[in-house]
Unconditional design. Structure first.
Length: 494
């Protein structure tokens, strides 16, 4: 073998680049599945669900999560084309289509060339397709599987892409701008595309919102657009901890989709736990944990189906990014943790804001019993013998936050210190969850996403290919391989 000696650092670098480029086709196929395609494919995406969120949930639940028991376990990078810390649009596009794009863009390359999604490819190949999310079904992650827009905020266009997609099942949250009201608010002279809900019905969708009607759907019902009657915030399902008996849960949406979509040619179903992310943005660990539990229960529905169809199913779970910079450990508790204290929280930060803070007109003393009732924090007693008793310092923190909360959004100081303390959320609610989380041994570093790699797991057909360390674009390509599709970026018509 001839030895090549590089005389300079520049020539050495060029040589390495040459080797990598010429070896790229071979490297791209390393670890990809090339056996019999899976008939049924599940892709679960925990929005904002990093390794800390899963670890905290398992500790709170007192058991290993179903997804963490899968035989294949990988670590996945999440950066976008234009930013190290991604958003859900760029991350969703990477997972759905295998291409890096800019933050905010959905279903297209940075130069606005449309790319096919694995859901669209599955549909072209005769499989039935379902898209489920606990947030609005036109939010960035679910939209990444059926739409192609330059901005994730183009909800009206996304809503019409949904009803024109010919997918078989959409379930979870509602539509944010079906009639184009947001578009007209920005520009009264703008042209809208009509009412997306009406068009959905014209295109053969059965639109269902009541739980009894939803649970009564049977195979043969045709295409379905189902969303919960009560949409708690921004068109989303309630946080799982706020659910009423009449609300449809993420596991129930998943189970019904499986029932309706099962057929001889198989299916592809994407299920997103979207409000894990929203809870982490607000630094509410309990809401995030309980939505992660619901997400894992939805995964269990897929596992139960796989047990009845051996050798035919692939289940993949991943996250699009971590959110909130959650740390499983806090300076104030050092090496100790006490996850039992989290069980004292009865409602999410959103429900507390909606039911209490939006209309509260009293003083700080008047809200103390309300805090104790909903979060378990006590204003009397000995904090050394009862972990739920507040220290003098924590009482001052709550009182300061209450004063800020009573000022209102416009009056509240918009300086860096205020943002670092409360992140733009209701100051009192954030301070309550911070204190409770700290008592458990949890802390937060951000109100935004972070760039830490996330966990990906798999079981079933071709699961071995999901072991190791790889990028989020590789999740799409590995899925393509297991589905019998060329593992590459597939361009679509603009």
């Amino acid at each position: 073998m001839r030895t090549i000696r590089c005389k300079t650092m520049k020539s050495a670098a060029l040589f390495v680049a040459f080797v990598l480029l010429t070896a790229a086709p071979a490297l791209a196929k390393t670890g990809l599945y090339d056996g019999k395609p899976a008939k049924y494919v599940f892709l679960f995406i925990g929005d904002g669900m990093g390794l800390p969120q899963k670890a905290a949930t398992a500790q709170f639940a007192g058991k290993t999560l179903v997804m963490d028991e899968f035989p294949a376990q990988g670590i996945t990078t999440t950066y976008a084309a234009d930013r190290f810390i991604t958003d859900s649009a760029a991350a969703g596009t990477a997972i759905a289509s295998g291409v890096k794009t800019n933050c905010g863009m959905i279903g297209m390359t940075p130069d606005q060339q449309n790319v096919k999604t694995i859901a669209e490819i599955a549909k072209e190949n005769g499989m039935k397709v379902g898209i489920i999310s606990s947030v609005s079904i036109d939010h960035a992650t679910p939209a990444s599987f059926y739409s192609h827009v330059k901005s994730r905020s183009m909800y009206h266009n996304i809503d019409h892409a949904l009803v024109e997609s010919d997918f078989d099942f959409f379930g979870g949250g509602g539509l944010k701008d079906p009639a184009g009201k947001r578009v007209l608010k920005k520009d009264p002279n703008a042209k809208t595309l009509g009412d997306a809900i009406a068009k959905a019905k014209d295109n053969g969708f059965t639109v269902v919102t009541a739980k009894n009607d939803f649970m009564g759907l049977k195979p043969g019902s045709g295409k379905v657009l189902a969303y919960n009657d009560w949409l708690q915030d921004s068109g989303a399902l309630p946080y799982d901890m706020d659910n009423r008996a009449e609300d449809i849960t993420l596991p129930e949406f998943t189970e019904k989709a499986i029932e309706l979509l099962d057929n001889d040619k198989g299916f592809f179903i994407m299920i997103e736990g979207g409000k894990i992310d929203w809870a982490c943005h607000a630094n509410d660990a309990v809401a995030a944990i309980k939505d992660t539990v619901a997400f894992d229960e939805a995964v269990q529905k897929a596992v139960a189906f796989a047990e009845k169809h051996p050798g035919e199913v692939l289940i993949v779970t991943t996250g699009d990014h971590e959110c909130g910079g959650l740390t499983v450990g806090f300076a104030g508790t050092k090496y100790d943790s006490d996850f039992q204290v989290l069980g004292n929280q009865k409602i999410s930060f959103t429900k507390f804001d909606q039911d209490v803070m939006e209309s509260y007109k009293g003083d700080f003393d008047g809200i103390k019993p309300v805090i104790t009732e909903n979060f378990g924090l006590k204003f009397e007693g000995d904090p050394k013998s009862d972990p739920m008793v507040l220290t003098d310092y924590q009482k001052v923190q709550l009182q300061d936050a209450f004063k800020q909360a009573m000022l209102g959004d416009k009056e509240r100081a918009a300086d860096d210190t205020t943002y670092l303390l409360y992140g733009g959320y209701n100051p009192l609610t954030v301070q309550i969850t911070h204190i409770l989380n700290n008592k458990a041994g949890l802390a937060w570093t951000s109100y935004s996403h972070t760039a830490v790699p996330i966990g990906t797991s798999a079981m079933g057909v071709g699961d071995d290919s999901f072991n190791g360390y790889y990028d989020n674009t590789d999740v799409a390509k590995k899925l393509m391989a297991v589905m019998g599709v060329d593992s590459k970026v597939h361009m679509a018509q603009n």
